[in-house]
Write a protein that binds this ligand. Sequence first.
Ligand SMILES: NC(=O)c1ccc[n+]([C@@H]2O[C@H](COP(=O)([O-])OP(=O)(O)OC[C@H]3O[C@@H](n4cnc5c(N)ncnc54)[C@H](OP(=O)(O)O)[C@@H]3O)[C@@H](O)[C@H]2O)c1
Length: 232
Amino acid sequence: MTGTVLITGANRGIGLELASQYAADGWQVRACCQEPDRAERLQRIGESADGRLTIHALEVTDRERIQVLASELEGQAIDILFNNAGVRGGDHQTLGDVDLDNWLQTLRVNTIAPLLMVEAFLPLVARSRRRIIAIMGSTMGSIAENASGGQYIYRTTKAAAHMVGRSLASDLRSQGIISVLLHPGWVRTDMGGVNAPVSPADSVAGLRRVLAGLQLKDSGRFFDFQGRERRW
Ligand SMILES: NC(=O)c1ccc[n+]([C@@H]2O[C@H](COP(=O)([O-])OP(=O)(O)OC[C@H]3O[C@@H](n4cnc5c(N)ncnc54)[C@H](OP(=O)(O)O)[C@@H]3O)[C@@H](O)[C@H]2O)c1
């Protein structure tokens, strides 16, 4: 089954792989990135997608731009709103050395932006058949799984993103909209680094399988790319 997916941060890493796999599978892809002119790999995927992939400029903390893009796409149905864009929060996030400005900026990207996106794109998601909102969380944002400490900025902003997705599940259930949190695994990207065990291809294949199998009863749950439910 195909549909339309909107992906943030689609120019590299997991977002690029999401765009690539969905496009190859026949989906309509609305691929968002900060600098379309510099997104050469995404452009190449678009060129071989028979017009099914469109690229849109979007810096996810820019509320005005989010609204403009939602208006530009008005009338379309978005089956999966995939809030993928994220940042790690820089090198200063250990006890005694936390960069407060970076913390706030990371909160804007990882936590607040997904909510702004949902607010703007809700009518387009509601119009679709699948009606899925996915927020990229992380087991690094799991309080139950935190056995090693540190990483204050990344951990707190992802934990808060989990809460955004969980509240959305309650708020949107009556509209038949599914909101899920996803953990992609530890993935070989700029963020995950070269030693990460999971390839973007395997991570995304798994995430897509999870999304394809979702039902309304799954809304508000936190799954990893292998379909396992993770602890909050
Ligand atoms: N890799 C892992 O092991 C791992 C594990 C758990 C969770 N995650 C999560 O998975 C998601 C993707 O991670 P990744 O590994 O693919 O990271 P990545 O390779 O660093 O890519 C991050 C993507 O987010 C975009 N982005 C960052 N800030 C943005 C902003 N303000 N507006 C729009 N786009 C922005 C980047 O765009 P630019 O190129 O323009 O900067 C890039 O496309 C993130 O949410 C991350 O936290 C990753």
